[in-house]
Design a protein around this ligand. Structure first.
Ligand SMILES: [Zn+2]
Length: 594
């Protein structure tokens, strides 16, 4: 019989502890301490209470907990002394069924990992969907994580322990994240389509108007209709637009969505999560036969990443009247113009048709977007969701420092005019200056000595500079300081520089009322509220120009890595996200009665 939250909240402490027995390997103290914070409003709240207990316990108890775990496919498994929970998990992952070669390989990894880190490798082998990682995935993860710094791995092991506990807790409560599982599976299904050359490598790449891109659009359109949208069509720039009508024909609409194109060898969730989550909500409404006092318009934006053409935010830009006519003549790497690509896709490719996509903001309540965080913050805090306060302002430069190339052997240190050292000094300054703000970031991502030689003091050094901050004013202050320092470094070193501004984007602060709705939704789930700025640009930035917007972030695993096949999140987190979105819809319905 599964436990209920009411039973857990009402039971005497010892009895409640017994209900949660075995969540944390040989460490009942975590559950016991967490239970002192009863009653819990939700499973999510209980999970986070246990996370906090372990966080506050300090390093020694954390290490003891890690060391209480068996090695993967280790001696305990062979001698059958694993706990029942561990046996179940390791056998689901096929680890009780290794070939002698695989077994030997895992034993070697176990030994190397233990020697380096001083504790066993911990991995939630049931994985982000709860159904089990493959042996190949487990071994690849093991090989990758072996090289992480020890401190990082200690935290990563604890995160995996919390994930193991989450799955064990779900089992005890008979809880299945049904909505999250569905959304997770939809991502898998869409990720089958990838551009030529990448399919063979098992990589996901979907760029503007390729065959794979058009297959994705058609699949999204079909799926929207199958889930219960009243209308779904592909517009003249390739956006997939689904509409679930409100309870009156003239009801305003909530606009939502994100992009379905990807970077090259990208992740599965970047963009697509923001399409699928509202699709799951519409499915729920349809099944319940429910209509809201507003329509829901879900858009799968055709292009956000600027990969095939330099036309970033093409999809959302078309809705705000920011389609640049010059883009039509732009050529891809094979010399195919965007106009030709559109015509090949059966799209009219006329400016008139594209301009007609522009939305009338007075017909919309606002825009919301769900997105995977693409950063490490929520993962480190062990929080599934985060509310975005602002999409960062940014500015970018390309520049060059010009010094004097001279003989590396004969030029004394005090006579050099080393261009690369000047840029290196700038990079260190920018790093330290951005860090003093706490939430600004500065990056010199490109630093090159053209035609450099091992025995020549660098005479030229080209560089890029990318500065971002949550507000325009904070970005401007950062920019002023960094550029002043560049001037000062050049003067002191006797070098000069050139620079060209290549991009400047204003911050897109969340509309307070919309941010508050996300916050209320997160609170209602019993998940601790965390606010954070978005360091990356998103479609919401474009919609920001014409209507109020706010975003919700979902935790990414693997340090939140993105634009990378390791991008991942769990079906449990997706489930919470769908429920947060549904809560936002409920709030809006209550605010707009008719
Ligand atoms: Zn994205």
């Amino acid at each position: 019989m599964p436990i209920t939250l009411d039973q857990l909240n009402a039971a005497p402490l010892a009895e409640a502890a017994l209900m949660l027995d075995g969540l944390y390997e040989h460490s009942p103290w975590i559950v016991e301490a967490a239970l002192k914070q009863r009653p819990f409003a939700s499973l999510a709240a209980l999970k986070h209470a246990m996370v906090r207990v372990l966080n506050e316990a300090g390093v020694e108890p954390q290490l003891a907990l890690i060391r209480a775990h068996p090695e993967l496919a280790g001696k305990a498994m062979v001698s059958k002394t694993l706990t029942a929970e561990s046996t179940n998990e390791q056998s689901k992952a096929g680890l009780t069924n290794c070939t002698p070669e695989e077994f030997a390989h895992i034993q070697r990894l176990n030994a190397d990992y233990n020697a380096k880190h001083g504790f066993p490798f911990i991995l939630a082998v049931r994985g982000p969907r709860g159904t089990g990682l493959s042996k190949a995935e487990i071994i690849a993860t093991f090989e990758r994580r072996l090289h992480n710094p020890v401190d990082f791995e200690r935290a990563e092991c604890l995160r995996n322990i919390h994930r193991i506990a989450e799955i064990r807790l779900n089992d005890k409560f008979g809880f299945d994240p049904v909505l999250g599982n569905a959304v997770w599976d939809w991502h898998e299904d869409l990720a089958r389509h990838t551009d030529p050359g990448y399919a063979e490598l098992g990589q996901l790449t979907v760029t503007y108007l390729t065959d794979a891109h058009r297959t994705c659009a058609a699949q999204l359109q079909r799926q929207m209709l199958a889930l219960g949208f009243d209308e779904a069509h592909i517009d003249v720039v390739g956006n997939v637009v689904g509409r679930y009508h409100g309870n009156t024909p003239d009801a305003p609409a909530l606009l939502t969505g994100s992009h379905y194109d990807t970077v090259r060898n990208g992740g599965r969730y970047d963009g697509r999560l923001g399409i699928f989550v509202p699709m799951a909500c519409v499915q729920q409404l349809k099944q319940a036969g429910q209509r809201l006092p507003f329509a829901i318009e879900v858009v799968g934006f055709a292009e956000e990443e600027g990969q095939r053409y330099k036309a970033t935010f093409l999809g959302s830009g078309a809705l705000t009247g920011h389609f640049n006519p010059a883009w039509l003549d732009q050529q891809d790497a094979d010399g195919i113009t965007m106009r030709a690509a559109m015509q090949n896709a059966g799209l009219p490719a006329t400016l008139e048709a594209i301009t007609a996509l522009q939305r009338d903001p007075s017909k919309y309540l606002g825009f919301v977007e769900v997105h995977i965080e693409q950063g490490p913050v929520l993962n480190e805090l062990d929080l599934p969701l985060g509310v975005v306060t602002s999409i960062n302002a940014s500015v970018r430069y390309l520049g060059e420092v010009i010094g004097m190339a001279s003989h590396a052997g004969t030029t004394p240190m005090d006579r050099r005019r080393d261009a690369a050292c000047a840029v290196a000094e700038l990079a260190l300054y920018a790093e330290q200056r951005a860090a003093t703000d706490g939430d600004s970031v500065a990056t010199i991502g490109m630093l090159q000595v053209p035609n450099g030689s091992i025995n020549v003091v660098p005479g030229r050094c080209s560089f890029s500079l990318d500065l971002r901050a949550p507000s325009d004013a904070q970005r401007d202050a950062l920019e002023t300081d960094v550029l002043a320092q560049l001037q000062a470094i050049c003067a002191r070193r006797g070098v000069r520089h050139t620079r060209e501004e290549t991009m400047r984007a204003a911050a897109a602060p969340s509309a307070p009322a919309w941010q508050a709705r996300w916050e209320a939704a997160v609170n209602a789930l019993g998940v601790p509220l965390h606010r954070l700025p978005s360091g990356a640009g998103h479609d919401a930035m474009k919609l920001h120009e014409v209507m109020p917007q706010a975003m919700l972030f979902v935790r990414g695993l693997n340090s939140g890595i993105s634009h990378n096949p390791l991008e991942s999140t769990t079906s449990d987190d997706m489930d919470l996200c769908v429920r947060a979105f549904a809560h936002l819809l409920e709030q809006l319905a209550a605010e707009h009665p008719n």
